[in-house]
Design a binder for this molecule. Structure first.
Ligand SMILES: [Zn+2]
Length: 413
């Protein structure tokens, strides 16, 4: 239900024969003008300390109405709203940050075009958003291509409707969609990010399914080629960042067409790959790290994946670090990643016989931030892989020893 907070008491200590603690009362008014009192006890005061502010309105889900506790005075004769661990509040914003789950096909008739997409947030269940008109056709088609990456969306200027008092399914006519917006630019969505932060998750850089499902090996396993094939060639390992080799310029000038490094001849950029002396170019991330897992050292290169450390796009990074780099939040975040442990996701094609010194990481997440690893029947245990690998090695001496190499597709130099 949608409510407006009209009064919030200070936190009051209480003590009776059975319990002792603190509480605060909040007076809410719903859209029909009915006043309801909510009482927050003990830890719930902390949970909602930054929410439920006077003169702001909120959606409340998973709360229920309770009969009035006669020990406390209440504004409503019969019911009050107890807050529990399951109660969800959302400030009624006209913007919504969510993660794209799936995109349905375009529905088109003579007069209209519409398309439904399904989104989710950390606290909200799957919600249907309806895109209308050109958004359905153009943005919808674009989102369809991106849906496997589960991009973060900021839906601007939306109307959220709550169905039967729950977030369950609601339809939102959308006027503007931002894909993978950066938090610095969405200050007006603070209410959301606060809730998400309260859950200790930053959804811009949440580990993907590929990351979660990749087989965990050691750095030594990777460097020595001592592990067995996995279907998708994706592996992850834990290592500490010992050094950031190009922290001052973690980028390169990239051909806009093929993403290879361009050469500058006077004022023009030439691309060998495109065989052109004058190409359009842009800066792209290329972050070089020296990592160690306590036993072995390796060089790791992050292209796009640098965003997982920096938390912003290349463009935004350059803009925000241009003037006073040391004061730039993202730059400091980068520098502070030194000496911390991360999980690295790498793609290793073992059939490729061209070994390389550097590993290209597709994702990187600070070790303690990672979501629980989901293990299913397809993903077998690390031990099993190591055993198979050792067996392979025994049976196939030197000549057949497999070399490994990060996939070629984004190798630019
Ligand atoms: Zn090119």
């Amino acid at each position: 239900m949608r409510v407006l907070v009209i009064r919030r008491s200070s936190i009051i200590p209480y003590k009776n024969s059975r319990h002792e603690g603190t509480f605060r009362t909040i007076i809410l008014v719903d859209e029909e003008g009915t006043k309801i009192q909510a009482t927050l006890f003990n830890k719930h005061n902390e949970t909602w300390k930054d929410s439920l502010k006077p003169n702001k309105s909120y959606y409340i889900a998973k709360g229920w109405l309770d009969s009035v506790n006669p020990n406390y005075s209440s504004v409503h004769k019969e019911v009050e709203l107890p807050f529990t661990d399951n109660t969800i509040t959302q400030e009624t914003a006209r913007n919504l940050i969510c993660v794209l789950v799936s995109v349905n096909p375009l529905i088109q008739n003579a007069n209209s075009k519409r398309r439904e997409i399904v989104v989710t947030t950390q606290i909200m269940e799957h919600t249907i958003v309806t895109l209308l008109g050109d958004f359905a056709e153009n943005d919808g088609a674009f989102l369809e291509k991106l849906q496997d990456d589960k991009p973060l969306l900021a839906l601007c200027d939306v109307r959220v409707s709550i169905y039967k008092g729950q977030f369950g399914i609601s339809t939102i006519p959308v006027r503007s969609v931002l894909i993978n917006p950066m938090f610095q630019k969405v200050n007006d969505l603070r209410a959301w990010s606060e809730i998400i932060e309260a859950n200790n998750k930053d959804i811009t850089i949440t580990p993907t399914k590929v990351m979660r499902r990749a087989i965990e090996v050691t750095l030594a396993n990777i460097l020595d080629g001592l592990f067995a094939d996995s279907e998708d060639c994706m592996y992850k390992f834990k290592a500490t960042i010992e050094d950031i080799l190009n922290k001052d310029e973690p980028w390169y000038s990239s051909c806009k067409k093929c993403h290879k490094k361009v050469r500058f001849i006077k004022d023009t950029a030439a691309c060998n790959n495109c065989n052109s002396q004058n190409v359009e170019y842009e800066m792209r991330y290329c972050l070089r790290l020296e990592v160690c897992d306590g036993e072995r050292h390796a060089r790791v290169i992050l292209f796009e994946a640098a965003k997982y450390i920096l938390g912003c796009s290349m463009q935004e990074y350059i803009e925000s670090s241009l003037v006073k780099k040391e004061e730039c939040y993202y730059y400091r975040k980068l520098v502070l990643s030194k000496a911390k442990q991360f999980d690295f996701l790498v793609r290793i094609d073992m059939n490729d016989s061209n070994p390389q010194h550097s590993l290209i990481a597709e994702e990187i997440h600070q070790a303690e931030d990672e979501a629980p690893i989901i293990v299913d029947a397809k993903v077998k245990s690390v031990r099993m892989y190591e055993e198979r690998a050792k067996k392979n090695k025994k049976e196939q001496p030197k000549s057949n020893k497999r070399n490994k190499k990060p996939i070629e597709s984004r190798c630019i130099f």
